[in-house]
Write a protein that binds this ligand. Structure first.
Ligand SMILES: Nc1ncnc2c1ncn2[C@@H]1O[C@H](COP(=O)(O)OP(=O)(O)OP(=O)(O)O)[C@@H](O)[C@H]1O
Length: 429
């Protein structure tokens, strides 16, 4: 059976009088739970076994390459698409078969989807419940205009008399008019140029924060996802590859592909040498991720480093990982110049204003490494430098299985020995 596509009004209107999300009492409660969702178009599966929980009052970004299934997942959550397997629950109630217009969810489309023949006030008022008295409509329109930082001046303009960023604010005001419990944003900034995108994103994030609205943003822009959301879900080929706080997915990506999708990644061959005393107790369980984490010493071309191993099983048998080889992933900003590091030669350098990148060649490493320095002048080709690693990275074992417990692929996060604050990220398919 294939997914059922529903033809429901795009604004995702919600029941009248529904309270806005994010009351203090609800904060931290699970608002949305998607479990085991599967969607096919024809015989083509586009979403596989998706599990996603969203807490009240938080912002989640769903990020992934084009065609990875982001919009399909958003449509399942909104109620425009019925999955053939799995369930969508709002506040614990199964709404999988409830149509979009009966869910308390507002949707802001990529282009805002404003009505061209209505002025701004008319567009916003369209979002209000039917039967709202005239005076109340005017009051709410004024209030919503203010909320999205537009003035009475804008109220009489048609959408084609607004900037792209202003149109997106009107679209948000219209979606907020019915005080939905959740707002879904489908690539709402992608049509804006870089400067406007940044300022509109900031403004909308602030509005959603002030109103305590639970939000899901779909984007293919990793910087947008990392800067906008409390939680980032990475989708690839219809599967959720990783979900976590922005700093978690950026510093502990579950595999090399995810690491490269989320930003520049420096990859080096590495080998685990020995397990180190774990500051939190040998082999502690991270209750947030449910993963076991152990500290290790590892060898790389950038020297000996501390690492932590994450494995789904908390098991002292992780000793057997000693000697494991694989790839070490660092972010370019973690490789810094020092007086007592590993020697390298600068091949080229690029100046970007806020930062400068350089390609450097290390002895014994086939490919040059990229490093990024904030507020620095470019280095001339041929310059001899010494490099050390700051903070933590990730180690991906060459073996597809965690060698200690066969529980699935594991990744090991490393840090340079002096910092030694490494925590590890791991992943299990
Ligand atoms: N109505 C449809 N009928 C058939 N196939 C569809 C339909 N909608 C989406 N698809 C296919 O499902 C897959 C996922 O599409 P979806 O729009 O969810 O991806 P996306 O990650 O949002 O992509 P983009 O970033 O390009 O918008 C794609 O291969 C797409 O061609």
């Amino acid at each position: 059976m294939n997914a059922t596509v529903r033809d429901t009004p795009a604004a995702g209107p919600t029941p009248a009088g529904t309270a806005a999300a994010g009351t203090a009492a609800d904060a931290g409660a699970t608002m949305l739970k998607v479990s085991g969702v599967q969607v096919c178009f024809g015989d083509q599966p586009v979403l596989h076994e998706i599990d996603l929980s969203v807490q009240t009052g938080t912002t989640t970004a769903i990020v992934g390459p084009s065609g990875s299934g982001k919009t399909s997942l958003l449509r399942v959550i909104a109620g425009f698409l019925v999955p053939e397997r799995g369930a969508v629950r709002l506040h614990g109630a199964d709404v999988t078969a409830v149509p979009a217009h009966r869910r308390s969810i507002g949707l802001v489309a990529q282009d805002g989807a404003l009505f061209p023949h209505l002025d701004v006030a008319g567009n916003i008022a369209f979002g209000l419940p039917r039967g709202t008295p005239r005076r109340e409509r005017q009051r709410r329109v004024t209030e919503l205009l203010e909320l999205v930082s537009l003035t009475g001046d804008h109220a009489a303009r048609r959408p084609d008399q607004l900037s792209g960023g202003q149109r997106q604010r009107v679209a948000l005001a219209r979606a907020l008019a019915r005080q939905p419990e959740m707002i879904l944003l489908d690539e709402p900034f992608s049509a804006l140029d870089a400067g406007l995108r940044e300022s509109t994103r900031q403004a909308i994030r602030e509005i959603l924060h002030v109103t305590g609205t639970t939000t899901i943003l779909v984007t293919h822009d990793q910087d947008e996802a990392l800067s906008f959301a409390d939680q980032v879900a990475v989708l690839k080929n219809g599967r959720l590859r990783q979900i976590g706080a922005p700093e978690e997915v950026y510093t502990r990506p579950c595999d090399v592909e995810t690491a490269q999708f989320l930003g520049d990644a420096v990859l080096l061959p590495g080998e685990l040498l020995s397990q180190l005393p774990d500051p939190l107790g040998a082999g502690h369980l991270d209750h947030q991720s449910g993963q076991a984490r152990t500290a290790w010493d590892a060898a790389t071309a950038l020297g000996s480093v501390n690492v932590e191993l994450v494995c789904p099983n908390l098991d002292s048998a992780h000793q057997t990982v000693r000697g494991a080889t694989g790839q070490v992933m660092l972010r370019p900003e973690q490789i810094t110049l020092s007086d007592h590091g590993v020697a390298a030669t600068v091949l080229s350098s690029q100046y970007f204003g806020h930062d400068t990148t350089a390609l450097v060649q290390l002895d014994g490493v086939a490919s040059p490494l990229r490093l990024r320095r904030l507020n620095a002048v470019p280095l001339a080709p041929g310059t001899q430098v010494q490099l050390t690693v700051q903070g933590a990275g990730v180690f991906y074992p060459a073996s597809s299985k965690c060698q200690s417990c066969s529980a699935g692929p594991a990744s090991v996060r490393i840090s340079s020995r002096p910092e030694g604050d490494a925590l590890v990220g791991a992943h299990r398919e």
